[in-house]
Design a protein around this ligand. Structure first.
Ligand code: C5P
Length: 227
């Protein structure tokens, strides 16, 4: 049977990634972090000296780029790059979280053709997972990637709370810097997809007043209600 899909969208710092991961573990589902794939593509574009703003160049890079991600347990992200003769494998789990990559990823995610290719890849990964369910999280999952998913959630939090959560993850950056970085990235991403207002039928989960455990419980409850 096809896996049960739990689609979760939201902006940076909404708690989406960590809450999605914990909810998936509790449900016995896999987790597909689509932002990690965009980050892995941006990493590869930098690594190969490709022009991130040139859609044709990024599409060409996709022909020699392969993505691998574990869907359960401690998630590892891998990139395979073809050098003309064979594929070389890179573990980019840590590298894709670098400030340098975060600041550049919107430049590759803005291209419609690139999004189409990755969306196809996401659907294949889910279909081939062999798991009972998959939590798939990103910006356009509830609207574009899996609009028919039985569970669709938009997770938000106030800008202040989001900056606070991110600051806890990033060392050496001031609160103001983190707030500015998040706002800048959201503004760029929002030009491409609307991840701030729930589409019809999408459940809004505002985590501003919820702690981590309460946020996980909210997602698990929504999934159990339809199971
Ligand atoms: O979720 P995360 O912050 O790791 O995503 C990194 C970037 O990937 C976003 O800033 C956005 O540019 C892009 N992204 C996207 N569509 C998705 C997931 C991520 O455009 N579904």
């Amino acid at each position: 049977a096809a896996p049960i899909l739990v689609a979760i969208d939201g902006p940076a710092g909404s708690g989406k990634s960590s809450v999605s991961r914990a909810s998936a573990a509790r449900l016995g589902f896999g987790i597909l972090d689509t932002g990690a794939a965009y980050r892995a593509l941006a990493w590869a574009a930098r690594e190969t000296g490709s022009d991130l703003d040139d859609e044709a160049a990024v599409l060409a890079l996709l022909d020699s780029w392969r993505y691998s991600s574990t869907l359960i347990g401690d998630q590892r992200i891998g990139v395979l790059l073809h050098d003309g003769q064979s594929y070389r494998t890179y573990d980019v789990t840590a590298a894709i979280r670098d400030h340098a990559v975060s600041g550049q990823v919107s430049r590759v995610s803005k291209h419609p053709g690139v999004r189409e290719r990755l969306n196809r890849m996401f659907r294949e990964i889910v279909a081939d997972s062999g798991l009972p369910g998959v939590v798939i999280e990103g910006r356009d999952i509830t609207t574009v990637v899996a609009p028919d998913a039985p569970v669709r959630i938009l997770m938000t939090a106030s800008p202040e709370v989001r900056a606070q959560r991110r600051a806890g993850e990033l060392e050496g950056l001031s609160h103001e810097q983190v707030l500015a970085d998040i706002a800048a990235r959201d503004a760029k991403d929002a030009l491409v997809v609307d991840f701030m207002t729930p589409a019809p039928g999408v459940t809004l989960v505002d985590t501003s007043e919820l702690d981590f455990e309460q946020s996980v419980q909210a997602v698990v409850d929504i999934v159990r209600a339809v199971q």
